[in-house]
Ligand binder design. Structure first.
Ligand code: PEP
Length: 252
């Protein structure tokens, strides 16, 4: 059975105090409930070490939102995969559309980041997805296939087994416009078939593929009921317990 996951992407939100409170409140709200998915919280880099002390033995696991494409050295402002691993981080979001669009991250650069993350036993949550013009041109499958192929398909099957994918149609991120359940399932099934073509169906069946893009309490259950949707990468709705908890509980 592949893992079901609800991952929070805080982006550049929350002071340390606010972040600590959010995680503490989330842990308290889940206390005594049966939780049927893995919960990952990805705060800004600067909060990771503090949050690691809070989440040390609990159900919430931590991820970063990025890491450097270089191992170490004179790269001012960068944070390496080794540094993340050293503070007890398990996951790292790579290839988020905001990183691709605003910071020029390319498929080739992301391939380096993925390798470094895996070398330090971090599981990449690797984001893929088309922009609106590509969806309107009907080339969303080609776009997503190229992102996967150019950044991930140099990995061995064993290495690929550590990848979590997040399909995030860029036109749905932060816009309140969610992909329909059918659109999500169609793309997730296509992504799984692409993985199966390269690594075989056993690897494809074990790969968790999350949906991201205005996922919320109202649509999570319907999205997660699809056979190829294994959870969500949640932006806006992850910033408060009241909006995140119902998404987690959609895995009833
Ligand atoms: C995201 O940024 O990964 C995301 C899915 O954001 P939102 O849920 O706000 O659309």
């Amino acid at each position: 059975m592949r893992e079901k996951i609800v991952a929070s992407n805080w982006k550049m939100n929350k002071t340390l105090y606010e972040g600590l409170n959010l995680v503490r409140d989330l842990q308290m709200a889940m206390n005594g409930k049966t939780i049927n998915c893995n919960i990952i919280v990805c705060p800004p880099f600067i909060h990771l070490a503090s949050l690691a002390t809070l989440t040390f033995s609990g159900i919430v696991r931590l991820g970063a939102q990025n890491c450097s494409d270089k191992a170490s050295g004179a790269y001012t402002g960068e944070v390496s995969a080794a540094m993340l691993a050293s503070v007890g981080i398990h996951y790292v979001i790579l290839g988020h559309s905001e990183r691709r669009a605003y910071y020029g991250e390319t498929n080739a650069m992301l391939k380096e980041k993925v390798k470094l993350a895996l070398n330090h036993v971090l599981q990449p949550i690797f984001c893929i997805g088309e922009v609106l013009a590509e969806r309107e041109a009907g080339i969303q499958k080609e776009v997503v296939e190229k992102q996967i192929r150019e950044s991930l398909f140099d990995l061995s099957a064993k290495e690929f087994g550590n990848i979590v994918l997040a399909y995030e149609p860029v036109w749905a991120i932060g816009t309140g416009k969610t992909a329909t359940s059918e659109q999500a399932q169609e793309m997730h099934a296509f992504i799984r078939a692409t993985i199966a073509d390269k690594y075989g169906s056993a690897v494809a069946e074990e790969t968790s593929i999350l949906y991201g893009g205005s996922c919320n309490a109202g649509n999570a259950k319907e999205l997660f009921t699809n056979p190829d949707v294994d959870g969500g990468l949640i932006g806006g709705a992850s910033l408060a317990v009241e909006t995140l908890l119902p998404i987690i509980e959609a895995f009833s």
